[in-house]
Design a protein around this ligand. Structure first.
Ligand code: COS
Length: 378
């Protein structure tokens, strides 16, 4: 067993830290308060080749391993959860195209996504199909050389700024989850409407919207994989995505710990820094222990991915533990800060709001428990 990161992984982590100090941290509060997408930083991130990290160079990627991608998401999220999520999403998106796309589809869509020349979205969730992804109502009907898509997708990250969307729709209702298929839909397709940016509690700079398809025609070549592979594809996409969300939560939890340590050393009460009180020391000890445990679970899931082992259960465990760690300890961080931590615009107040979504998206933690229990009871 080797707990040491490689020299390359350490180098990337140091570079991301320096990058964040220079570009990400200074605008993190503004991104939250003004709910704006930090496009200028996204372009800089793309220049660093952090938008397609685990994909081969021939497809516009950086040709690094999955763990390197996870380290980048962790460090970015420590500085700004919106930016961490943006990096996570862009890297995760390439997965279905890379695994199921034709050479032509890879050239046309995967390369610009990996190079960060274009943003993308993965559209699975619907108003009536969240956790129950198999209940998808959107339809895709083959008409000559085109598929005609109709339906509504909900809570779609990046939808207002995406150049392309991967949309899951029903091609054969009689087959249940095996009747779902995935499609590559350019954002400028007539009939595709993007709703208003939703005003979220956290990760406010990440733009989220409804996507409406009204007789949206796409060439039949835009079917990804085969008809009927959509559900499996979505589940596989989500397995990898969950390691990314675990990394985002880990970064948020680490930031809460960093802030709490620094504040407890400088805040004086009863003539002493509050770090000298056992109540605070124990909170910090619990935080530090959980953060480290979350890190091991997350890195282990990434390692399983890199080793070509099954990682469904490991991804669900990492996401479950790391996101609950983030939610619990951002709360504790506010407790350590007292009143000042409850004031809008304070870093720990933002972390607390940013942490909550990690327990919900890419599969709720109830789904994570279903995946883990399904695996251990098999
Ligand atoms: N990888 C590959 N295939 C998978 C899979 C995975 N991780 N999980 C399930 N499948 C396959 C199953 O093997 C099964 O195929 P077979 O019938 O050939 O064996 C098929 O998919 C259906 O699986 P299952 O019966 O378990 O599906 P359910 O409808 O019961 O759904 C849950 C299971 C709840 C786990 C699934 O719907 C889910 O993950 N929901 C959460 C969705 C989500 O995360 N949404 C967030 C979206 S953010 S884009």
């Amino acid at each position: 067993m080797n707990f040491q990161l490689t020299e390359e992984q350490e180098l990337v982590r140091t570079s991301v830290r320096e990058f964040c100090k220079k570009y990400v941290e200074p605008i993190a509060q503004k991104v939250d308060q003004e709910a704006y997408f930090p496009m200028e930083n996204f372009k800089r991130i793309a220049e660093q080749e952090w938008t397609g990290i685990p994909y081969p160079a021939e497809y516009g990627g950086a040709g690094a391993d999955f763990l390197t991608y996870i380290l980048v998401v962790e460090e970015m999220s420590r500085a700004c959860a919106t930016t961490g999520f943006t990096v996570m999403l862009q890297n995760a998106l390439g997965y279905t195209l890379y695994k199921f796309g034709t050479e032509e589809q890879k050239k046309k869509w995967l390369i610009p996504l990996n190079k960060g020349e274009m943003l993308g979205s993965f559209a699975l969730t619907e108003p009536g199909a969240g956790t129950d992804a198999g209940a998808t109502q959107s339809t895709a009907v083959l008409d000559g050389d085109e598929y005609v898509l109709n339906g509504t997708k909900m809570f779609i990250s990046n939808a207002p700024i995406a150049g392309v969307l991967i949309i899951v729709a029903m091609t054969d209702k009689s087959k249940g989850t095996k009747g779902l298929s995935a499609f590559i839909v350019p954002a400028d397709t007539p009939g595709l409407q993007i709703g208003k940016h939703l005003n979220k509690m956290g990760i406010r700079g990440s733009l989220t919207a409804e996507v409406i398809m009204k007789d949206c025609r796409i060439p039949k070549e835009n079917l990804l994989g085969k008809e009927g592979q959509g559900f499996k594809m979505a589940m596989m996409y989500l397995d990898g995505g969950r390691i990314g969300i675990a990394a985002q939560a880990l970064g948020i939890a680490q930031a809460a710990l960093d802030e709490s340590i620094a504040y407890s050393k400088e805040r004086v009460q009863f003539g002493k820094p509050i770090s000298s009180f056992q109540a605070i020391q124990w909170m910090l000890a619990n935080m530090a222990t959980d953060v480290e445990a979350a890190r091991f679970l997350t890195y282990h899931a990434a390692w399983c991915y890199d080793q070509g082992k099954n990682y469904s259960k490991e991804a669900a465990m990492a996401k479950l533990f790391a996101t609950e760690c983030a939610a619990k300890h951002t709360n504790r961080a506010i407790q350590i800060h007292g009143g000042i931590g409850y004031i809008k615009g304070h870093k720990v107040e933002q972390l607390y709001r940013d942490a909550k979504i990690t327990e919900i998206y890419e599969g709720t933690n109830e789904v994570m428990r279903m995946v883990v229990s399904g695996s251990v009871l098999r």
